[in-house]
Ligand binder design. Structure first.
Ligand code: SAM
Length: 419
C-alpha cells in the first residue's frame, strides 16, 4: 500500500505531466493538504529549489524536493521527519541512490540556510512570493495598479471560506446550525452559514441532514449573482450553463413556482444534477443537453433556441479562466495563458449571442463569470451591446468578492431586452 506521501507524489506528478485536477484524486486529508499546498506554492518552491541546486534536477526529484520544502516551511512537520521521509520517497520511487543523496543534501542545506531572498523587482517578487505567473501579475499591475494587484496575488494563497447553503424549503439556518453543532457561525442572507475552520467539510457530508437535502455547499456570491435576475413567482427561467447545478438548485429552492430549464453542453455533468435534484426534493427543474457554441451552426442541439420557447429570465454562468477563484482551484493559474483567456472570451461571447435569442421581450439576462478580468467581463458585454442595441445594461456590474473577501471573485452584469 502506498504511504500518504507516495500518494501525494503520484498525484503531483500527474498534475505536472498532464494537468490532472488534484482535488479530484481522492487523496486522504494529509496527502491532499500536502499536494494542494505544493501546487499552490509551486513557483515559490521551484525558485527555492533553484536557489539550492546548480543544475535543475529531474521532474521527479523536483517534486520530492518541493514536497520536502513545503513540509519544512509551511506545514507542522518536524524538519528531520520531512527530510527522512523525502529521502525514503526518492528510494521507494526507484529514483536511484544519487537522487536520494541529492534530496538529503538539498533539504539539509535548506534547513541550515532558511528561505531564499526574494527578487528585488516588484512584479517578479510578487510573482515568486505568491506563486502567480509573472505575465499574469504584470497584467494585474496594468489593469488594477500595483497595490490591488499585490492584494489579488496574496489572496490566491489564502484558504477559501467554505459555506453551507440551507434549503429553506426544509429548514431554517439557525435551526440547522444548532442541529449540526455550528452555532455562533456567521449567517448571510438568512440562507448561508459560514463553516468554522476547524469543521471538516467531509464530516458534514456524512450527516443525515445533508443526505435528507437540508443543506448543500455553496459560496454566497452565487446569491449575489442570482439576485440580479430579479426573479418573480411563476417565471420561465433558463439556466443555460447549469452543471453541476449549484445556482439552478439555489433558484429552485428560492421559489418552487419558477419553471426552470437547466441545460449544459456536457451530458455527463448534467447527469449528476439529477441526484442533486432528488436529494434536495426539487421538482421544478427540467434538464437538457444544449451546446451554445456548436462547431456547426446546424447542430441539432440548437432545438431549444429555434423553438418558440421564450424565457423571462436567462442565467449565463459561463465557462471562464477561473481567475477569480484561484485559491479554490490552484491548478488553474498555471494553465492560463493570454491566448487561453482570449479563446475563452470568444466562447463566452458566442454563448451570450446564442442564448440571448431565447429571451422574451422585456426579459432579463444575467451574464456571470468567476473571473474579474476585463477580457472576460466588461469587454464581452461592451461588444455584445454594441452589436445588439436592443439589449441594455441594468445598473453596474456586481463584484461580491470586492465587498467581502469571504465571497468568491465573481463578476455579474444584468442586461434587459427592450420591448
Ligand atoms: C462555471 S460552470 C457553471 C456552474 C453552474 N452554474 C453552477 O452554479 O453550479 C460553466 C458550465 O458551462 C458549460 N459549458 C461550456 N461550454 C458550453 C457551451 N458551449 N454551451 C453550454 N454550456 C457550456 C460547462 O460544461 C460548465 O458546466
Amino acid at each position: 500500500m502506498l504511504t500518504e506521501r507516495e500518494e501525494a507524489f503520484r498525484v503531483l506528478l500527474l498534475w505536472q505531466r498532464d494537468g490532472s485536477f488534484i482535488k479530484e484524486s481522492g487523496l486522504s486529508p494529509f496527502a491532499m493538504e500536502l499536494a494542494l499546498g505544493v501546487c499552490r506554492r509551486h513557483l515559490y518552491l521551484e525558485y527555492f529549489v533553484k536557489s539550492l541546486t546548480k543544475k535543475l534536477p529531474s521532474l521527479e526529484a523536483r517534486v520530492i524536493l518541493e514536497m520536502g520544502l513545503f513540509q519544512m516551511f509551511f506545514m507542522d512537520v518536524p524538519d528531520y521527519a520531512a527530510i527522512n521521509d523525502s529521502v525514503e520517497l526518492a528510494k521507494s520511487a526507484n529514483l536511484g541512490e544519487s537522487t536520494a543523496r541529492l534530496v538529503n543534501a538539498v533539504l539539509r542545506t535548506a534547513r541550515r540556510q532558511g528561505e531564499p531572498a526574494l527578487p528585488p523587482q516588484r512584479v517578479r517578487r510578487v510573482s515568486v512570493e505568491n506563486s502567480v505567473p509573472e505575465w499574469l501579475v504584470r497584467r494585474w499591475f496594468d489593469v488594477y495598479g500595483g497595490d490591488r494587484a499585490e492584494a489579488l496575488a496574496k489572496a490566491t494563497l489564502e484558504r477559501p471560506t467554505e459555506w453551507i447553503r440551507v434549503n429553506l424549503q426544509k429548514t431554517s439556518a439557525p435551526v440547522l446550525a444548532e442541529k449540526i453543532g455550528i452555532t455562533g457561525a456567521s449567517i448571510l442572507y438568512d440562507r448561508f452559514i459560514e463553516i468554522p475552520r476547524d469543521v471538516g467539510v467531509k464530516l458534514l457530508l456524512a450527516l443525515p441532514e445533508f443526505v435528507k437535502g437540508q443543506f448543500s455547499f455553496q459560496n454566497p456570491s452565487a446569491f449575489e449573482v442570482v439576485k440580479l435576475l430579479d426573479l418573480k413567482p411563476g417565471l420561465k427561467v433558463w439556466d443555460a450553463c447549469a452543471a453541476p447545478g449549484g445556482k439552478t438548485a439555489l433558484m429552485a429552492e428560492m421559489d418552487s413556482s419558477l419553471e426552470i430549464l437547466a441545460s449544459d453542453s456536457s451530458a455527463s455533468r448534467l447527469e449528476k444534477m439529477q441526484d442533486l435534484m432528488n436529494r434536495l426534493g426539487l421538482t421544478n427543474i427540467k434538464t437538457e443537453v444544449i451546446d451554445l457554441a456548436p462547431a456547426s451552426a446546424t447542430s441539432p442541439q440548437q432545438s431549444t433556441l429555434s423553438s418558440e420557447a421564450k424565457f423571462d429570465r436567462i442565467l449565463l454562468d459561463v465557462p471562464c479562466s477561473n481567475m477569480g477563484v484561484i485559491a479554490r482551484r490552484p491548478e488553474s493559474v498555471y494553465r492560463m495563458t493570454p491566448e487561453s483567456i482570449n479563446e475563452v472570451a470568444e466562447l463566452q461571447f458566442k454563448i451570450l449571442e446564442n442564448a440571448s435569442t431565447a429571451l422574451a421581450p422585456g426579459g432579463r439576462l444575467v451574464y456571470a463569470t468567476c473571473s474579474p478580468d476585463p477580457t472576460e467581463t466588461t469587454r464581452v458585454i461592451a461588444r455584445f451591446v454594441k452589436v445588439h442595441p436592443e439589449f441594455v445594461k441594468v445598473g453596474e456590474p456586481v463584484l461580491p468578492g470586492l465587498k467581502d473577501s469571504r465571497l468568491d471573485g465573481f463578476f455579474a452584469q444584468a442586461l434587459e431586452y427592450k420591448k
